[in-house]
Design a protein around this ligand. Structure first.
Ligand code: TMP
Length: 237
């Protein structure tokens, strides 16, 4: 398998073609972005930590029956993934109120949401990822009704699996964002990444933030804390 030209450069990852039209390479860079790219910094080892963390989580999800894009770990900062036709929406599940939910609805951070709530956002930095609903997705042709149902079911299945996993490491999975794509057989497959960059994790006892809020809020020890999250799950980094 040969690495070929760049297909797409995102804020934290770069996607490369390979000589196999069905496979791509995801490179996790040290770039760390917040507020739709307004704040960007390079954090030592973050690419490596997120690449290995993502591989670990995606494998765990595969074992629980969730189809993912991940194929193999190629190097410290690169993973081989299946090519998907990505759906341009972000699926967010929230177990505890935080972030934009608190700003939008005026609810207090830390309130437990029972049942967990679900939101769609349009993946569009220029528009600051606006919240959208099922009807927008269908009217604009971003996904079909069946694909919407599939994305919701998988996002909640991921919640069941990962809430339990993080709980075993004494962490609360507060919220997270997933992105899906369609493979060449028409299946909805989990793509992009699952790392502390795209979720909120709090220590169960102290409620200390162990995710990208450390970077957004300038709390420091960002990568060190991501490594601690990994270590608590049994992944030595
Ligand atoms: P929010 O509170 O800012 O709406 O974010 C909810 C969750 O989704 C949080 O874990 C961060 C994650 N997220 C991303 O990773 N990227 C994004 O572009 C957005 C909007 C949210």
């Amino acid at each position: 398998m040969q690495k070929r030209n760049e297909l797409y450069r995102g804020k934290a990852k770069t996607v490369f073609h390979t000589d196999d039209p069905e496979l791509l390479i995801l490179e996790f860079r040290n770039d760390t972005s917040a507020f739709d790219g307004e704040k960007i910094e390079q954090l030592d080892r973050k690419g490596e930590v997120n690449n290995k963390f993502n591989h670990f989580i995606m494998n765990h999800l595969e074992q629980a029956g969730v189809k993912t894009q991940v194929n193999a770990l190629l190097s410290d900062t690169e993973s081989l993934v299946k090519k998907l036709d990505m759906i341009p929406v972000e699926c967010v599940v929230r177990n505890v109120a935080a972030g934009s939910l608190c700003r939008r609805l005026g609810v207090e951070e830390g309130m437990t949401l029972n049942p967990p709530t679900f939101e769609f956002f349009l993946k569009n930095d220029a528009l600051h990822d606006p919240m959208i609903n099922d009807y927008h997705i269908i009217s604009f042709g971003w996904a079909s009704e069946a694909q919407i149902a599939g994305m919701k079911a998988l996002t909640f299945k991921v919640n069941d699996v990962l809430t339990q996993l993080f709980d075993q490491g004494d962490m609360i999975l507060v919220d997270y964002k997933l992105e899906f794509g369609v493979d060449n057989e028409g299946n909805i497959v989990l793509g992009d990444e699952f790392t502390p960059d795209g979720c909120r994790l709090w220590d169960k006892t102290t409620r200390n933030k162990m995710d990208k809020d450390r970077f957004r809020q300038g709390l420091g020890s960002v990568v060190e804390t991501y490594i601690e999250v990994a270590n608590r799950l049994g992944l030595a980094l």
